[in-house]
Design a protein around this ligand. Sequence first.
Ligand SMILES: [Mg+2]
Length: 253
Amino acid sequence: MTLEHRISPAVALRPGVAVRSRGSHGAVGSPYDERVLILIDLDNTLIDRDAAFRGAVAAFLAGHGLPGADLAWVMEIDASGYATRDTVARAITERYRDEVPPSAVRALLDRGAADRVELPRETEEALLAVREAGGECVIVTNGRVAQQEAKIRNTGLDRLVQGWVVSEAMGCKKPAPEIFRAAAGLTGRPVDGAWVIGDSPHADIAGAAALGLRSVWVSHGRTWSDPAFRPTRVAADVVTAIRDVAGGHGRVS
Ligand SMILES: [Mg+2]
């Protein structure tokens, strides 16, 4: 199948929001409820955001003659992207006040991960298999529009998914139910029956649980520890999670 597809006009919940729909591509004649609808996380689920950011930080430190050992410090304050941009920017700017201009810190935080992020071939193939079976996949991500859309486009995910919703544009973030409903709405389908796939217990799995949706937690080898709610399933990696949800429809040969 060619990757060249028409791009539907943006579906905007409000002016300028990063809510994009590529239009329906469901298989003709497929029973409605047999087409899987997947609402999937971006950072550290579809893509290894931390690895990309780590690489950018290492280059930043080396480029400014700073200690390579500071890499662990930056990664700690970044907290896998969960710390706010202002918090991280302030910490780095203050630590390297005499060595690095603020513009270089901003460039690191705005483009560092996005410029380096990659989509593994196995993940691309799993998404293609879902689409070829008439299934639909929408990215639901917390973060800033410019940064998240850069990652989506730089990796080619924009050609592989039905659309995406970014929290900055929505004015609310996961686990808020509104962002999942908006993502499902891009496909013209209700959120009921959707699967949520993600690596964050708090953002992804709690969001699914609040809506009564089935979910797959991408564990990356971690053990589930929150007794208040649980994912429907646990998968070690995202490819396993997608195949598991899509079943025979999404099987990758
Ligand atoms: Mg994540």
